[in-house]
Design a protein around this ligand. Structure first.
Ligand code: FES
Ligand SMILES: [Fe+2]
Length: 388
């Protein structure tokens, strides 16, 4: 493949906008999306969330069930997350109007009678949990089958995390298709991906699949590795442990999902399965607890990323950050600009998987923009091949 002009890969398609009514927004809303790490929402707590440009209230009832309802109270519009969770209902801060998880108003204490008001409600979004993540379905009609991807079957410990990136979701998904970046972005020596270098650049090629795309890769004619792109925004890959857990738990089967909060930010959810032999479990859990403590005490990755982009720090100054890997990726991606300019880039042979990803997803976005249904991707639990 010769160097490509951008018009050959983008066709003027808007990959970045994910708000309501945009082609990518419509596409993403057809799938269950992770919105929160389950462990980070205690029973009885509520918080505001922003997903694909729209605000909602996420809360966990005292029974343990999670709900997503509208952002504002139907009465006079204050923010529901500032109120109180009562049982599995949420009560508005302002005048006590109370809604159940289905969004129905079940109490208006200052009215006569003070009970349910059949004609008053706030939106309610289908919400489920799987593998330590809270998922919600923001699309129209009945949600698709749940879960969107199967549990790991290797008996490993499932670990869930979420990082906030200050750039558009699609350049992050493109990054996931780009294996060459590993040799450069993650070459600092502190990051867990330091298994590639300039002398071991991969040869990669894409293959279309019912669920989206497979990336094949090989280094120095060695064994082949595959990575799955479960369209429109999930990746399944086998990776080494994060830094801080080097060697512990072995390589992990991993789902990574990129969910826009708005067009200039996204959440990156990582789900790992760590297969730890029983004899090593106590040491592993101790190492993990220490790693989690370091993460909790560390500066937020988006702040460090911004300092690096502003020239106040360099990646080489933050090699001891426990989430260095995330900072490396977010610096490279946010460094493209909050929304990457695909009109002024020079794609080359090694970008072949990005080009294929754009063509496949772009065809769906074009179909949606033209009022055609667009194809559907079906994931049946296929697994990636580790390769080394
Ligand atoms: S604004 Fe919510 S009860 Fe009045
Ligand atoms: Fe990366």
């Amino acid at each position: 493949m010769n160097d490509l002009q951008t018009s050959e890969t983008t066709h003027g398609i808007d990959f970045a906008s994910a708000g309501p009514g945009t082609p990518a927004g419509i596409l993403l809303r057809r799938f269950w999306q992770p919105i929160q790490v389950s462990a980070e929402l205690a029973p009885g707590k509520a918080k505001p969330i922003l997903i694909m440009g729209e605000r909602y209230t996420l809360y966990r009832g005292e029974s343990g069930t999670a709900y997503v309802v509208g952002f504002r109270c139907a009465h006079r519009g204050t923010q529901m997350s500032t109120g109180w969770v009562k049982g599995d209902d949420i009560r508005c801060l302002y005048h006590g109007w109370t809604y159940n998880g289905g969004g129905a108003c079940v109490a208006r204490p200052a009215e006569n009678p003070p009970g349910p008001a059949a004609n008053v409600s706030i939106p309610s979004i289908p919400t489920r949990e799987h593998l330590g993540l809270i998922f919600a379905y923001f699309g129209e009609g009945e949600p698709p089958a749940f879960p969107p991807y199967p549990a790991f079957d290797d008996g490993g410990l499932v670990e869930a995390s979420c990082d906030y990136f200050s750039c558009n979701w699609f350049q992050s998904y493109e990054n996931s298709a780009d294996e060459v970046h590993v040799a450069y972005v993650h070459s600092s020596g502190g990051s867990h991906h330091n298994l590639r270098n300039e002398k071991a650049l991969p040869e990669t090629w894409p293959e279309d699949a019912p669920f989206g795309m497979v990336r094949h890769s090989r280094v120095n004619n060695g064994p082949e590795r595959t990575t799955l792109y479960i369209f429109p925004n999930v990746m399944r890959i086998v990776v080494p442990p994060f830094n801080g857990l080097k060697g512990a738990g072995g390589w992990r089967d991993t789902y990574i999902t990129k969910v826009p909060t708005d067009d200039e930010h996204h959440l990156l959810f990582i789900l790992h399965s760590a297969v730890v032999p029983p004899a090593e479990m106590p040491a592993y859990l101790a190492a993990r607890a220490e790693f989690e403590e370091r993460c909790a005490a560390a500066r937020p990755t988006e702040e460090v990323t911004q300092d690096i982009l502003d020239g106040k720090l360099h990646l080489s100054d933050v090699l001891d950050h426990p989430r260095l890997l995330v900072i490396e990726d977010s610096v490279a991606q946010a460094g493209q600009g909050v929304i990457a300019d695909r009109d002024h880039e020079v794609l080359a042979q090694s970008d072949v998987c990005i080009v294929r990803m754009r063509r496949l997803i772009g065809a769906e976005l074009l179909a949606i923009a033209q009022g055609r249904p667009g194809g559907t991707w079906v994931y049946s639990g296929e697994k990636p091949q580790r390769g080394f």
